[in-house]
Design a binder for this molecule. Structure first.
Ligand SMILES: *Cc1c(COP(=O)(O)O)cnc(C)c1O
Length: 194
């Protein structure tokens, strides 16, 4: 008996417009019987509008993912060669520790990546302030490119030593690469890094 449990909030919906989740199982009787009963009793139902947004968004999942991953690969390659960047973490780069296993298991390496700015905290803040098209946001899996500087945003209140224990360094930037024209993304990153 196999189960798959997904958040539909991210790439499945794809537009950052609805929150939801799905549980999918291969045993139809069990899913339509006891599982549905628990689901109803617990009230874990989507509201109609979020369900509508999801069913619209999911129609373009495959084309979006191809573009997301293609753009992410271009962005990773661009950052990898940039003088302001110390390192890039992306599953599609051959120096990633999980590159081999990912290329066996996955068609594409995803659209999430992170990179480390040489200039630390100040460089991170300056970079994120200078972005003109890419959005300063914490979420992921939307058509827009979202960029987050954990040290000044999500992890601002976490003591530096504790952050660094988990490799959340001062100059770390997290990106969810969107499906915009890759030239526009690269142009924005380039001017923000300058
Ligand atoms: C991921 C996320 C959530 C939670 O969604 P889940 O379906 O629980 O994964 C809520 N808000 C934002 C902004 C998010 O990025």
């Amino acid at each position: 008996m196999d189960y798959v449990f997904h958040s539909t909030t991210k790439f499945l919906n794809g537009h950052g417009t609805a929150i939801g989740g799905v549980l999918i199982g291969s045993d139809v009787e069990l899913m339509n019987g006891p599982v549905e009963k628990v689901h109803r009793l617990l009230g874990a139902n989507s509201n109609p509008f979020d369900a509508f947004m999801l069913t619209q968004g999911i129609k373009t999942l495959e084309v979006r993912m191809e573009r997301h991953c293609h753009n992410a690969m271009e962005v990773a390659g661009f950052l990898d060669g940039h003088q302001a960047v110390a390192s890039v973490n992306y599953l599609g780069l051959t120096d990633h520790p999980d590159f081999m296993i990912a290329s066996r298991q996955m068609k594409h390496p995803g659209a999430m990546l992170s990179f480390e700015l040489k200039g630390g905290l100040d460089a991170g803040k300056r970079f994120i302030d200078k972005l003109r098209m890419c959005l300063r946001a914490v979420s992921l899996g939307t058509t827009d490119t979202l960029v987050c500087h954990p040290a000044s945003m999500t992890h601002y209140s976490v003591p530096k030593e504790l952050r660094e224990k988990y490799d959340i360094t001062d100059g770390l930037i997290r990106m969810s690469v969107g499906i915009e024209s890759v030239t526009d993304i690269l142009t924005d990153l380039d001017q923000a890094l300058a």
